[in-house]
Design a protein around this ligand. Sequence first.
Ligand SMILES: [Fe+2]
Ligand SMILES: [Fe+2]
Length: 338
Amino acid sequence: MIYSIFSVPINEKSISGYCALTKKLINVPDMYNIPSNLPSSFNSSFDMITGYKTVSSLTTPLVSSDKRLLGVIQVLNAKDKSGRIIPFSADDEIIFTHFANTASSALERAHFTRAMILRMIKMSELRDPKETGAHVNRVAGYAVDIYDRWAYHHKVPPVEKEKFRDILRVGSMFHDIGKIAISDTILKKPARFTPEEYQIMQTHAAYGASLFTDTTFPGDILSKDIALTHHENWDGTGYPGWVDPATGKIEKADADCKPLGKKGEEIPLGGRIVAIADVFDALCSRRVYKEPWGENEVLEEMKKLSGSKFDPELMEYFFEVLPNIKQTQNQFPDSPDN
Ligand SMILES: [Fe+2]
Ligand SMILES: [Fe+2]
């Protein structure tokens, strides 16, 4: 409860608020005895709830290269070698300022990357009216819900789990990014596709994956896997099968020289998870050729497809986390004009 998110206004009333306001480092030797040259007071309610006794504090702003305030960080209770709480020293101020500068650059880079990702998603939304922000957010949310359960059953260590769920969220948002390569007449067709159109539509998987083939970042590799394999089926009947998205070369062919479908665990975990999340969301949503299905109908269909279209183990976890999935669904409703 005490670690939940709460707001501190940017004003002189608190040390962190005053630090944000002035963008200056503040070193307070004793928070219960704030020097009179500072206008702030100490809110001791957190100490009261936690039993932690705040004494010394060092607070510094996180500022971007163009001097915008990104945040504030604060460390509490410096200790000497014997463990006694002491005020923060002038040396601590230098080290802490250096740390804050590094943290500010990292934050700035993260904001920039996030903005670029959202722009790419917005671009695909401009091309494909079905690929809305709400849809990609829901698919990413469901994917993380399902993965959390998988990680729990597979006893994945917390740090590894956190890392994977972060890149899974972004990779899931990119699942249909390859649709930007599909022509408007097909993408925006207000009816079902002909078999020829459907074949062209299927190329979006390899097109999407081809955007992520030139790097070795784990996030890019996962995004490539998801874009490439989110239409593969557990029983090997999906698409695009064994093709190299960078070159378009067939890696494994059937008797007709067509790519063999990937099956079972040949399909990467991210692709198997997003396949479930994407189909579930499509069934629950309105499409030009169909109304949204009712909940029971959707769940019946999902159950039916377990073991043929979907990984049956992951489907068990899907049903285990259904309450979370419904929560995610409510969190990102479609806008009324969809
Ligand atoms: Fe797709
Ligand atoms: Fe989708």
